[in-house]
Ligand binder design. Structure first.
Ligand code: PGA
Length: 250
């Protein structure tokens, strides 16, 4: 049985004060989240604060990106080892904003997955199609290609060390959620494709849905057989909404 996982992706939001208040709020309600694993992915610079505040709590934390390199002349980059210095457990790789706005290719994302995994971090690998790709009927090809880049580099078994997040780009930050059936269809496709290569990996890997998941729609999405949790943007910035989603994942 896969454990449900709810990860907040704060993106480039917040301040020291706002994050402290948000974590206070989540901390007060987390006792009612009995089964789901809860993670917050913070902007790099707030990771020391987050680590200090969450130490000893059931909430894990992580980053939203990492470098493909281990150290050296890479101005502005952050290495996996630095994330471990602040006890990060998770790191998001290949978020669609990084693919679209910062030109991260499938190959770069695969390298980030590999580097994170080698360091002992749990990579949350984001995949998903744009609206244009959905309308052209190539959703499955796009998702398969994004996954294949990681499989080519690391082998299919590596995916069992990570988490997959299916995030249709057209649903991110738009308020336009995929319907539970639309999401389940792609999640089932992902699991079926992995099963063809390795049934144990397909059975083990958590596949999260992301894209305008909120307190009102979480329950119906999370009720789907192949949706094991959520990657939450906007709704993770409000303690009550985030907790409602975490409870729905129970
Ligand atoms: P959203 O973002 O929940 O605000 O749509 C999800 C994500 O980008 O991970």
């Amino acid at each position: 049985m896969r454990r449900p996982l709810v990860a907040g992706n704060w993106k480039m939001n917040g301040s020291r004060a706002a994050i402290k208040a948000l974590l206070d709020g989540i901390g007060q309600g987390i006792g009612s989240v009995t089964r789901a694993e809860v993670v917050v992915c913070a902007p790099y610079i707030y990771l020391p604060d987050v680590a200090a505040q969450l130490a000893g709590s059931p909430i894990a934390w992580g980053a939203q990106n990492l470098s493909t390199e281990a150290s050296g002349a890479f101005t502005g980059e952050i290495a996996a080892s630095m994330l471990l210095d602040f006890q990060c457990r998770y790191v998001i790789v290949g978020h669609s904003e990084r693919r679209a706005l910062y030109g991260e290719s499938d190959a770069v994302v695969a390298k980030k997955f590999a580097v994170a995994r080698a360091a002992g971090l749990v990579p949350i690998l984001c995949v998903g199609e744009t609206l244009d790709e959905r309308e052209r009927g190539v959703t499955e090809q796009v998702v398969a290609r994004q996954l294949q880049a990681v499989i080519d580099l690391e082998g299919v078994a590596a995916l069992a060390d990570g988490v997959i997040a299916y995030e249709p780009v057209w649903a991110i930050g738009t308020g336009k959620t995929a319907s539970p059936e639309q999401a389940q269809e792609v999640h089932a496709f992902i699991r079926r494709s992995l099963a063809a290569a390795d049934a144990a990996v397909a059975d083990k890997v958590q596949i999260l849905y992301g894209g305008s998941m909120n307190a009102a729609n979480a329950e119906s999405l999370l009720a789907q057989a192949d949706i094991d949790g959520g990657l939450i943007g906007g709704a993770s910035l409000k303690a009550e909404d985030f907790l409602t989603i975490c409870r729905a994942a129970n």
